[in-house]
Design a protein. Structure first.
Length: 123
């Protein structure tokens, strides 16, 4: 349920972001970038800038959540459990194996050392 709520928020934010990008590119094409420090149109430009900034921050936070380990929040996901598809940092998986707690921390599905594979995130 939480995943679906987050997914809906993300979809709404992405739609708003796309609209903001379109407004920004059409203003650029029309030559209305707001000459005085980018704020030439008054209050509407300020609210659009704030909304755009908020959307970018939301998208950035969402991307960080997808990349960072849910157990060791300061570590990047670098290992994947192929039996269930969940990903964690190398340190988190190593700790599970060292503690002989060979169950996925997310879904509790059992895994062996052979089920841990490197995860490569590319851009």
């Amino acid at each position: 349920m939480i995943f679906h709520d987050h997914q809906r928020k993300l979809e709404r934010a992405l739609k708003k972001l796309e609209k903001a990008k379109q407004r920004g590119s059409s203003a650029h094409l029309d030559g209305h970038e707001g000459g005085e420090g980018g704020r030439g149109g008054g209050g509407a430009d300020l609210s659009e800038d704030a909304e755009y900034r908020e959307l970018l921050e939301f998208e950035n936070d969402n991307l960080k959540k997808q990349v960072m380990c849910p157990l060791l929040k300061e570590k990047v996901k670098s290992r994947i459990l192929i039996k269930c598809g969940h990903a964690f940092s190398e340190a988190a998986i190593a700790q599970c194996i060292a503690d002989r707690n060979r169950k996925c921390p997310a879904c509790r599905k059992a895994f062996g050392a052979d089920d841990v594979k490197p995860l490569f995130l590319t851009s």
